[in-house]
Design a protein around this ligand. Structure first.
Ligand SMILES: [Zn+2]
Length: 204
């Protein structure tokens, strides 16, 4: 009888421990799959920094990402949300400096009947032009890194539109309406800083 009681208590203890463990680690949402394609060659370092910056910006949501080349998209689809990002133009850092007056949006997401679709395009020539414009002197020695971080911020802006299916813009961070060349190369950037202060998106 005593042994039985002990076993029951031990089992109850294990159960409580299991419940405690479950409470400590709630199930994470599955990663968002980013299907991507590049029109030009892109350095491995640029890609690494691009992915790192996107993960870093979305860490507070929390959200993380799996990257798959568009041509490797499985016919069966993927678990969880997926977005498609096509990089147009020249994303290589070895090419000649871009034309300085390249203007227009860095990227855009498709919108149909007012609804944001999970398809975005990034204009690499414009992002490269902005990075060249904003960097000075020795900073240009790390062009692959800066270009990757800049592309990560531009992609984060579009992923925000696509994942949350919103055309809304934040009052600050990389979700605000337009980013300057300086925003793309700045040492620090956040997705949407006003969320941390408990304010509604837009600051109202
Ligand atoms: Zn936008």
């Amino acid at each position: 009888m005593r042994r039985l009681l002990f076993s029951s208590l031990a089992a109850a203890g294990l159960l409580a421990a299991a419940e405690g463990a479950a409470r400590v680690e709630p199930p994470k949402p599955p990663p968002v799959t980013v299907f991507f394609s590049f029109e030009s060659a892109v350095s491995g370092q640029t890609l690494l920094h691009l992915r790192g910056e996107l993960d870093r910006l979305f860490a507070p949501v929390p959200l993380n990402f799996d990257w798959l080349r568009l041509e490797e998209a499985p016919e069966t689809g993927v678990v969880g949300e997926a977005v498609v990002v096509r990089f147009r133009g020249n994303c290589a850092v070895t090419s000649l400096p871009p034309v300085p007056d390249e203007r227009g949006p860095f990227a855009w997401a498709s919108v149909t009947d007012g609804v944001v679709q999970p398809f975005a395009e990034v204009n690499c020539d414009r992002v490269r032009a902005a990075v060249h414009y904003a960097l000075w002197g020795t900073e240009r020695n790390q062009l692959a890194r800066h270009l990757g971080i800049a592309l990560g911020r531009v992609v984060a802006h579009e992923v925000y539109h696509m994942y949350f299916r919103t055309r809304h813009h934040g009052a600050g961070g990389v979700t605000r309406h337009s980013l300057s060349p300086q925003d793309l190369v700045a040492e620090k950037a956040e997705l949407h800083p006003e969320d941390r202060a408990g304010r509604r998106p837009g600051g109202k």
